[in-house]
Design a protein around this ligand. Sequence first.
Ligand SMILES: O=c1nc[nH]c2c1ncn2[C@H]1C[C@H](O)[C@@H](COP(=O)(O)OP(=O)(O)OP(=O)(O)O)O1
Ligand SMILES: [Mg+2]
Length: 204
Amino acid sequence: MARRFVLPKLVVATHNRGKAGEIRSMLGPFGIEIVSAADLGLPAPDETGTTFEDNATLKALAATRGSGLPALADDSGLSVHALDHQPGVYTADWEGLTRDAMVGMRRIQDELAARNVARTDAARVATFHCVLALAWPDEHVELFHGTLDGAIVWPPRGSGGHGYDPCFQPVGETRTTAEMSDAEKNAISHRGRAFRMMVEACFG
Ligand SMILES: O=c1nc[nH]c2c1ncn2[C@H]1C[C@H](O)[C@@H](COP(=O)(O)OP(=O)(O)OP(=O)(O)O)O1
Ligand SMILES: [Mg+2]
């Protein structure tokens, strides 16, 4: 395969183990040596941006500046249409200090109930977003945005995936993304889609 860039080593700039696992498995076939930001002792920067693009960029740049290596960051979240697209870039914050996604999933459910949103999929439309930022040591950044449409289901179901997967059922599916295998989720997910765009742009 002709590659536009040769990547000797790549920093995966996330402190989220679920995301890191998915990104590692997607990078696997490319034979790129991977090191995590956490293993390098790089701190997680404050996510002060107001868009997925801003936060992914600041996380990737912090990691490439801290390591001298190319770095791949992911900023992602869940946009619930009936909640004015919240929590969006603040999805991780809705987990509270416990960093327990069950807390965030319950808050989404409570806010839908408080607004009397019907318990139908059509009323509970949601979109997972993932922006991947690939930052190079010269500090140029490439961005790739993938989405997955679905609905918020309650109660949560499944033990696979991570984060908010147990309450998210993709369009046309009867299972939540937590009830899918990793390969099945990656084939349709916001992260899988962003990743495939990056591969096409950078390794195609
Ligand atoms: O496929 C997914 N399945 C379920 N939940 C997901 C997914 N993708 C993102 N999410 C949730 C996790 C977290 O609550 C938020 C991302 O927040 P985000 O700031 O990007 O990540 P994070 O703080 O957990 O780790 P880090 O910033 O170190 O990458 O969206
Ligand atoms: Mg974060």
